[in-house]
Structure formats: C-alpha cells, structure tokens
Design a protein around this ligand. Structure first.
Ligand code: ZN
Ligand code: ZN
Length: 102
C-alpha cells in the first residue's frame, strides 16, 4: 500500500507508514472495524474525533470525581485528627476552671 503523504510503499499489514508515520488504516474505537479512511466509521458511523474527545472528557470527569472524593475524605480525616485536640483543650479548660474554684 502506498502512503498518501510520502508515497512510500508499505506492506498491507502495517497500520502506519514506516517512513512518516501517517496512518494507513484506521481502526474504529467503537466496533474495531478497520478502514482506509479516517473521519467516520464506515460500519457503525462513529465519528473518530468525537469518540476520542468523549473518552478524554470521560477520563477528565472521573478524575475530577475522584479528586472530589479524596478531598471529602481528607476533610473527614482532618476532623478526626482535630477532635482529640479540640476535645483535649476543652478538658484542660474545664480542669483549670475547677482548680481555680477550689
Ligand atoms: Zn509516509
Ligand atoms: Zn465502527
């Protein structure tokens, strides 16, 4: 197969040109159909660019959700860690108050 960009002759089995790495075949990310043209899938009609953007968007979305979850968890941990400190301070204040009364 001849590369559409640099006209190098490539074996039919290759997906990318050996010389300039131009894609010679496109594999549909949805149905795995292999075709010679990019853009949309000839079999299921999926738009390759849109599909890719959707996957990136989904990855970003799940990363944000995980970060939000981690932040809530950190907030809970902060409260747990601070609890004996705030509780301890009020206990000390209580003891000092009692000592002064005696
Ligand atoms: Zn090429
Ligand atoms: Zn497809």
């Amino acid at each position: 197969m001849q590369c559409p960009k640099c006209k190098t002759e490539n074996p039919e089995t290759l997906t990318f040109c050996v010389r300039c790495h131009t894609p010679l075949k496109y594999t549909c990310p949805s149905c795995k159909h292999v075709q010679l043209k990019g853009g949309t899938c000839e079999k299921c009609g999926v738009d390759f660019a849109k599909y890719g953007a959707m996957l990136v968007f989904q990855a970003k979305d799940s990363a944000q959700a995980q970060r939000a979850k981690a932040e809530t968890r950190a907030g809970i941990w902060k409260q747990i860690v601070l609890l004996p400190i705030t509780g301890g301070l009020s206990l000390i204040k209580y003891l000092i108050g009692r000592m002064r009364h005696q």
